[in-house]
Design a binder for this molecule. Sequence first.
Ligand code: C2O
Ligand code: CU
Length: 480
Amino acid sequence: MDIKSNAMDENNTARRTEDGSAQAAQTKIARRDFLKLAVAAGAAIAASRVPGLGIAGGGGTVTRYPLRIPPGASPSSFSLTAAPSTVDVGGGQLSSVLAYNNSFPGPTFRANTGDTASIQFTNGLSEATTVHWHGMVVPTAADGQPQNLISPGMSYSYQFPIMQRACLNWYHPHPHMETGKQVVLGLAGAFIINDAEEAALGLPSGMYEVPLIVRDANFNSSGNLVYNPTSSGFLAKNPMVNGTRNPKLDVDAALYRFRVLNGASARLFKLALSNGAPFTLIGNDGGLLESAISISQIEFSPGERLDLLVDFRGLPVGTKVNLQDVNSGWILLEFNVTRAITDNHAIPTSLSTITKLTNPVTTRLFTFDGMTRINGKEYDPNRIDFQVPFGQTELWRFSTGGNAPHPIHIHGASFQVRSRSGGRGKLFPWESGWKDTVLLKDKEAVEILIRFDGYRGRYLIHCHKLEHEDQGMMANFEVI
Ligand code: C2O
Ligand code: CU
């Protein structure tokens, strides 16, 4: 096994070999300085509670700022740079962040099934990073894994064909032990795939299709983003959507499609609308569900996505509706109905056909232990923990002795959730269809069916609570 993983390492980390160890040492120093800064900033926020910054989730007389819509981009030939930046997080509040192409969140990529992504990435940070395309089935060399670090000042070309069905994916850094910090300080963006099946449904599009990257955030006394986690997870004090604090969105009295990502490090959100109206749930991580479902509350964890229709038709101009998080009591986003229009969209009922995975050949058990281990082991980039035959359906069973929630994410394939026992004891409508991240709470066991039919190579399974991931709750496996 050792010999094998070394060989794999050489194949997959040409970049790292070029950079050499001197570069690695340099990265370490930069990283330490950066951390010091972040810690100092964290202390500052503890000492003074930032009057005048006006960040609050609870409503009342909070001033609200227009929701940022990140610029769109085609991935077919694109230069992407991660670098420190200063952005307006709402109302002219300038904040130091880490950003892709100076945009927080990063540009929203949009492509069709069958297109090719060719993204020339440059690391303008003072420490190593990678770009992982969460939810996308790509070759190991393009998967942005922790072994394939891109050193400061270096570039790497991410190339992959887009083979999967329409869905909302996202991209973010994945360097071991630094992912939480880099994501929380701003590095994340949406990646939308479209296809013919989805187009045939005639869903709301253009200004009526809005990506929502929902997360929490802490600011220091200067209004800069800070990352001040605890080992159990970064739970911050303020909601933020699309990099905007206290956001609002002017809407027409029309049907809207919201592409929602839980982009938080550790927080679960339970979404609801303040007027009691239901969402129409049409999709999740892996694209469209078989049929649309009307549902008024949806709880989702870091890394999970939701495709929601919200119907503002019939609401008089002047109506305000809030998107709320029932767990925290926060208002995540305020909708203001500002224009009456004629909108004849039908809400679809039947959406797609999903072939069920059946007859697993192998069963594998995974325990998520403490805050740092899977099956008793902390992550080691040089260790491959198991091998999975290509093209074979397997049953994977997840359980935990505590310290959940653990959002479990797998690279290299989508899966279907088969059962949940213990804890909540059932599956929820947003867990049907295709998933790549599933929430495991305390006392629960979750079973999934998975088949790797994209690529052979090295992939990852990990907890998507980024603090758990950074502390080692992650494992390599190899599709053979
Ligand atoms: Cu969103 Cu392995 O990551
Ligand atoms: Cu976890």
